[in-house]
Design a protein around this ligand. Structure first.
Ligand SMILES: Cc1cc2nc3c(=O)[nH]c(=O)nc-3n(C[C@H](O)[C@H](O)[C@H](O)COP(=O)(O)OP(=O)(O)OC[C@H]3O[C@@H](n4cnc5c(N)ncnc54)[C@H](O)[C@@H]3O)c2cc1C
Length: 359
């Protein structure tokens, strides 16, 4: 056991670790940021990629606690400490609790960074889209691309009105500092109405001189993302260059440590065989028919990437290279992803007898 694991165990509250809030920043009338101090011994576990998120445990009188995901708005390339930005959801429990109750010096239980809404390379052109609080992961990608990448970026940021815009000053500074490489466009519903597919497809044709060899990252309400995805597709941007992040609340408790439904004897005897490629190593496992791949890998003490275990966050996405699985939920995957063999390991149970899966 290394120091990090030892430290985590002392906490004794499942998989989360308590992080101290180093700063609270009022970003807009209804959004605040929390900056965390990460102790030296947890630095490796809290290393993150631009676009990833943290899961915070929010205390509740009704249920003990609820878990809510918040994207890191900070950049691992430019910011010394991780920062999440929480926008109040009208009538929402977790977001309002965090905005009303957290002060500097408080501790919050947090799960390590997770998520696949992250560029594979920063050395490319980016067409970035955000609406409302969807700016948070996009901001992290943008800052990282400008600081450490070599390409250009165009950000189209939609909000209800000027008052709703988050990171106004930071965006202005970035646009000035990277004037030759970065264009920031604000779209205000109060002025221009809701963006339409035709308007956005027309816009896509004008950026980067009509080239479609950029990576596009999109985050915002479902209706906004649908319009942008259609517009990009209409403009000829290949599906694999369009990346979407869905914001939704978790129903379950990913802080709980227990492994899901234990396989009974019959289930184990009838188990499939799976070869798993993970972090450059290959593992051969027996995969009980009713166990999910995440649970099977946890039982084998493999360091499987996962977070929500509800099929909502995409952290455990993997590719089936041989065989077939069933998934209880797969809503966060696009039909094209599924056709390409992408699965959510926390939802997948085996159908074939022999499988090969790559993380
Ligand atoms: C990958 C990811 C990244 C995200 N990033 C961000 C981000 O950067 N910024 C951001 O603002 N949002 C982000 N979100 C959305 C965020 O996780 C929440 O969904 C959002 O803040 C709304 O949560 P809420 O609890 O306020 O609202 P709701 O989920 O609407 O809360 C209402 C729910 O809480 C329950 N509830 C009410 N009172 C209580 C109580 N006392 N105890 C227990 N339950 C109660 C109700 O039954 C109801 O189900 C992200 C989501 C995901 C999946």
């Amino acid at each position: 056991m290394n120091d990090v694991e030892a430290d985590t165990e002392v906490v004794g509250a499942g998989r989360g670790v308590p992080l101290t809030v180093a700063d609270v920043i009022e970003e807009s009338p209804d959004a605040r940021s929390l900056v965390f101090t990460v102790p030296e011994q947890l630095r490796d576990r809290f290393t993150y990629r631009p676009g990833q998120f943290l899961t915070l445990r929010v205390p509740s009188d009704q249920t003990g606690s609820v878990a809510r995901c918040y994207s890191l708005a900070s950049s691992p390339h430019t910011d010394p400490a991780p920062k999440v930005t929480i926008k109040r959801t009208a009538g929402g429990y977790g977001s309002n609790w965090l905005c009303d109750n957290v002060s500097i010096g408080d501790t919050i239980e947090v799960l390590p960074p997770a998520g696949v809404f992250t560029p594979s390379s920063l050395d490319t052109d980016f067409l970035l889209w955000a609406a409302g609080s969807g700016i948070t992961p996009v901001m992290s990608i943008l800052k990282s691309a400008m600081a450490s990448g070599s390409g250009r970026a165009v950000l189209c940021y939609a909000n209800r009105d000027e008052r709703s815009v988050i990171f106004t000053a930071e965006l202005r500074e970035l646009a000035a500092r990277y004037a030759g490489r970065l264009t920031v466009l604000h779209w205000l519903e109060s002025v221009q109405g809701l963006p339409t597919r035709a308007q956005m497809a027309g816009f896509v044709h004008t950026v980067f001189s009509g080239s479609t060899t950029f990576e596009s990252f999109v985050c915002g309400p479902a209706s906004f993302m649908a319009v942008i995805k259609e517009a990009l597709t209409e403009a000829g941007v290949p599906r694999e260059r369009i990346h979407l992040e869905v914001f939704q609340s978790l129903a379950g408790d990913p802080f709980a440590d227990e492994i899901g439904s234990a396989a009974d004897d019959a289930d184990v005897q009838d188990a499939a065989t799976v070869r798993i490629d993970l972090d450059g190593e290959s593992h051969q496992l027996r995969w009980p028919r009713r166990a999910t791949l995440v649970d099977t890998m946890l039982a084998a003490e493999l360091d499987v990437p996962y977070s929500c275990r509800e099929g909502q966050c995409g952290s455990c996405a993997a590719t089936v290279l041989r065989g077939r699985v069933e998934m209880a939920t797969s809503d966060v995957l696009q039909p094209e992803d599924i056709a390409d063999g992408l699965i959510l390991a926390c939802q997948a149970t085996p159908v074939s007898d022999d499988l090969h899966i790559n993380f």
